[in-house]
Design a protein around this ligand. Structure first.
Ligand SMILES: [Cu+2]
Length: 125
């Protein structure tokens, strides 16, 4: 990881935090976290130079199946900062991406490097 990558991520996190505290939306229901037998489905929409969600935290269980349901106006790539990292390509239109299960607890950033934005932060526990 480069210094600029790090610095950019700090900026993105600060922005995302400010937005979240303004809108108070998002998945803050404690009952919705961590059922490992269910597939965690995350809907992601790319439109122009925006992406939704935008830095939101999502709880997942260690080893849980994770599916990204992507809707996009042009093809691109999602970068998952798990260990090992995962790069997932999507097409214009609707694409369902399945992540390799994440076996280490921690926070995993899911990013669009093209947009330089954090899409979600997976809180793995
Ligand atoms: Cu990255």
């Amino acid at each position: 990881m480069t210094i600029t990558h790090l610095a950019r991520r700090v900026a993105v996190v600060v922005t995302a935090t400010a937005l979240l505290s303004l809108t108070a939306c998002g998945d803050d229901d404690p009952a919705s976290s961590g059922n490992q037998s269910e597939t965690k489905k995350i809907a992601i929409t790319f439109a122009g130079d925006t992406v939704t969600p935008n830095g939101e935290r999502v709880d997942v269980a260690v080893g849980q199946k994770i599916e990204l349901d992507v809707t996009a106006d042009s093809a691109g790539e999602i970068h998952v900062h798990s260990n090992p990292e995962q790069e997932l390509e999507y097409d214009e239109g609707s694409t369902t991406l399945t992540l390799d299960p994440i076996e280490q607890p921690g926070v995993v950033d899911v990013e669009s490097h093209h947009l330089e934005q954090t899409i979600v932060q997976l809180e793995v526990k």
